[in-house]
Design a protein around this ligand. Sequence first.
Ligand code: GUN
Length: 292
Amino acid sequence: MTADLIDGKAFAAGLRGRIAEQVAAMRQAHGITPGLAVVLVGEDPASAVYVRSKGRMTAEVGMQGFTHRLPNTTAQHDLLDLVARLNADAAVNGILVQLPLPAHLDEIAVINAIAPEKDVDGFTVLNAGRLATGQRAMVPCTPLGCLMLLRDRLGALAGRDALVIGRSNIVGKPMAQLLLSESATVTVAHSRTRDLPGLCRRAEIVVAAVGRPSFVQGSWIRPGATVIDVGINRTDEGLVGDVDFAAAREVAGAITPVPGGVGPMTIACLLANTLTATARVHGLPDPEGLTP
Ligand code: GUN
C-alpha cells in the first residue's frame, strides 16, 4: 500500500483564505484590523527567512504586520523594553519573538514578559499551564497545525493510540496535551525511550518531532497509520523530515511530506492565533474553526 499524502501546503492555503475572510468581516463589522508584531534579534539566516515569510503572509490575509529587527548585541533590558511597548500598543494583538535568541539573552524571561493575551506562540508559562489544565489558552502553532491535519484526515481522535516522539516545550509537550484533550491515548517517547520501534508499531497516529533526519524507520510504522512529520532537517540530500519518508510511505495510510506538510501549517496557525487573540481582546466570540 502506498500512503495518501497529507497536503499541508494546500490545507494551509485554504486556512489562510478562511482567515482572510474573517479578517475582512471583522474590519467591516467592528472597524478592527488585527496586528502582529514579530521581533527578530540577530542575523540567523533561517530565522530571517521565517520572519520574511511571516511578514508577507500577514499582509496577504489583511492583517497589519510590525517587524522589529534588532542587532545581535541587543541588551536584555532593551529587548524587555520593546516587549513592554508592544504589550501596551493597542494596534498589536499578537507578539512573536523569534527563537532561538542569541546566547547572552534570557529566552525564558523574554517569553514570559509577553502579555499572555498577545502570546500567539503559546510559549508563556501561563498559556502552557492553561493548555495543560484544559483551560482556554493560546496554543502553540505547530501542534495546532498538526491537530488540524489529523482531524481533517481521521475525524474524531477519541480512543486512538497516538505516539508523540519528542518532548520539547514547543512541539512535543503541547502536542501531547492537545491529543489528550481530544481523548486520544497518548504516549510520549524521547531519546531515553527503550523500545521505540515497539511503541511505534502500536500507534495509529505518529507525530515525529525529534529533529533527527530520517530517524523513524519505515519498518516501525503500523500498517495504515497516520504519520505527521514535524522535522525540517537540512542535509546534503536537501530538506528531509524526521521520518524515512520513502520507506514509511509504503506502510502508512497517510503521511505528511517534507517540505509541504506541517511547515506551511505553522505560519497559517500563527495568523489564526492572531485573529483569535484579536477577537478575545475585543470580547468577540472565538473565530470559527481556528481554535482546538
Ligand atoms: N523558531 C522556529 N519556530 C518558531 C516558532 O514557531 N516561534 C518562534 N517564536 N520562534 C521559532
